[in-house]
Design a protein around this ligand. Structure first.
Ligand code: NAD
Length: 287
């Protein structure tokens, strides 16, 4: 079985982004800029935000981090987003989710200028993905598409099964595979005869959030298996939604956890920010 190495793909994409970011900075006199807002002190979120900052530095982007206390008022967060929406040096705005319960996540997503919405969660961007006419795609499914492209895995005409229908992974994943002419089925917690369906998949994407949920019995011989899951075991180990060892006897290729889909997510955030910067510059040139 081929190990689909997300670190290798990520490195290749990051090299390209860095080169393009340098060219952008030379041409315009300022770098692509990303603002990341963290509300509260959730340890996992703090790690994600720190890694995003590191990626910005590595790729020559401007990085601005806003760390707000957990009791921040929604109005104050919205005011900060409004300021960043109007800041010409900031091309991407990311509010780290989840937010404290006192803040309405939807209101926050709606407040971000869709042209700076590098997570692609704003309904305007979701609608554009449905139409197939988009600039940004949520980072995790975008990273998966990049892995499939890098390893030249054919999608057109293939049976693609996704387990999970979340707004950030399952649903956009389905749309992207459909756009590439895959024949797509989305399964979820209410799906009957799940194994019967997953065993038809040429490409199986698993985004359930349950450790080792998929084993060899659920996989068609020769299938490509993409494991999105990040689950922590009681002893602190990170494991995926797929039992990698078990499926390695039947699948033709699979992403490991860690080292598969995970490394791609921040890389695609950088790509979205670069795209946002280029689009803003183009619009300015047009007048
Ligand atoms: P979610 O909890 O929003 O969605 C889980 C989905 O799984 C739901 O649609 C649900 O219907 C489905 N499901 C639950 N139990 C099921 C069952 N028994 N049979 C079939 N379907 C079932 O999760 P999410 O945000 O999509 O994330 C999924 C996993 O991916 C999590 O482990 C998360 O940590 C991980 N994740 C990883 C990255 C990354 O960068 N690699 C990014 C986002 C999420």
């Amino acid at each position: 079985m081929i190990r689909l190495d997300g670190k290798e793909v990520s490195l290749s994409v990051r090299t390209e982004i860095k080169r393009e970011a340098e060219a952008f900075t030379q041409a315009h006199g300022y770098p692509p800029g990303l603002a990341v807002i963290l509300v509260g002190d959730d340890p996992a979120s703090s790690v994600y935000v720190r890694n995003k900052e590191k990626a910005c530095v590595e790729m020559g982007f401007l990085s601005r981090k806003y760390e707000l206390p957990a009791d921040t008022k929604q109005a104050d967060l919205l005011a900060l987003i409004d300021t960043l929406n109007r800041d010409p040096r900031i091309h991407g705005i990311l509010v780290q989710l989840p937010l404290p319960k006192t803040i309405d996540e939807n209101a926050v997503i709606l407040a971000i200028d869709p042209d700076k919405d590098v997570d692609a969660f704003h309904p305007a961007n979701v609608g554009r993905i449905v139409e197939g006419n988009y600039s940004f795609v949520p980072c995790t499914p975008a990273g998966i598409m990049e892995i499939l492209k890098y390893y030249r895995i054919p999608i057109a005409g293939k049976r693609c099964v996704i387990i999970g229908r979340s707004n950030i992974v399952g649903k956009p994943m389905a749309l992207l595979l459909l756009e590439q002419d895959g024949t797509v089925t989305v399964c979820h917690s209410k799906t009957e005869n799940l194994t019967e369906i997953t065993r038809t998949a040429d490409i199986l994407v698993v985004a359930v959030g349950r450790a080792k949920f998929v084993n060899a019995d659920m996989v068609k011989p020769g299938a490509v298996v993409i494991d999105v899951g990040i689950n922590r075991t009681p002893d602190g180990k990170v494991v995926g939604d797929v039992d990698y060892e078990s499926i390695s006897l039947v699948a033709s290729a699979a992403t490991p956890v860690p080292g598969g889909v995970g490394p791609m997510t921040i890389t695609m955030l950088m790509r979205n920010t670069l795209t946002a910067a280029k689009r803003t510059a183009e619009r300015k040139n047009q007048g």
